[in-house]
Design a protein around this ligand. Structure first.
Ligand SMILES: [Zn+2]
Length: 76
């Protein structure tokens, strides 16, 4: 019994974890449904995409892609 802790990479849909936001410097024009925001760690401008809203509602922290990589997200 007890708590079963699984150590494995988090998916965007997992509770907690991190959600990636593309940096504005990489995608300057963004897309109409993207919201310009800033990374809470490095403060650079990045895009908040609708697809990460679900992860955020589950407690994920939205980071720019570079900070997310430093946090251990390999992404695609
Ligand atoms: Zn960042």
């Amino acid at each position: 019994m007890g708590i079963n802790v699984k150590i494995e990479p988090r998916k965007a849909t997992d509770r907690g974890g991190y959600a990636c936001m593309p940096l504005k410097k990489n995608i300057p024009q963004g897309r109409p449904d993207w919201e310009l925001t800033s990374c809470p760690i490095c403060g650079r401008e990045c895009w908040r995409q609708p697809l990460i809203e679900r992860a955020l509602s589950q407690g994920a922290l939205a980071l720019c892609t570079e900070c997310a990589i430093r946090k251990g997200i390999t992404g695609k």
